[in-house]
Write a protein that binds this ligand. Structure first.
Ligand SMILES: [Zn+2]
Length: 96
């Protein structure tokens, strides 16, 4: 769907470290959270990160943030867990 966004870097003047690419953000978040990607997706992501400083920076930052959160979590967040369960029940209901 976003096939040509990254063709010809340099001609558009948008590849400086600035805004990360919106189409990659969800994947960056998943990867930072430790989610496994398909080998093909991993290759695509690695190739993109090699040429996109903004997305690499986002991935670094997300990883740091999650590491910090994990290090400081002393007890499970009951409210968060409850809302996760409610959301899950919702989704299951809708699925039927
Ligand atoms: Zn990017």
């Amino acid at each position: 769907m976003d096939a040509n966004i990254h063709s010809e870097p340099g001609k558009r003047g948008q590849d400086m470290a600035g805004e990360p690419c919106a189409s990659w953000l969800p994947m960056l978040t998943l990867v930072a959270a430790g989610e496994e990607l398909d080998p093909a997706e991993q290759d695509r992501l690695a190739a993109h990160l090699a040429g996109c400083a903004a997305c690499s920076a986002v991935l670094d930052r997300e990883r740091e943030l999650l590491a910090l959160l994990a290090a400081h979590r002393e007890e499970p967040d009951a409210a968060l867990l409850a809302s996760c369960r409610a959301g899950l029940a919702d989704a299951l209901d809708r699925d039927r």
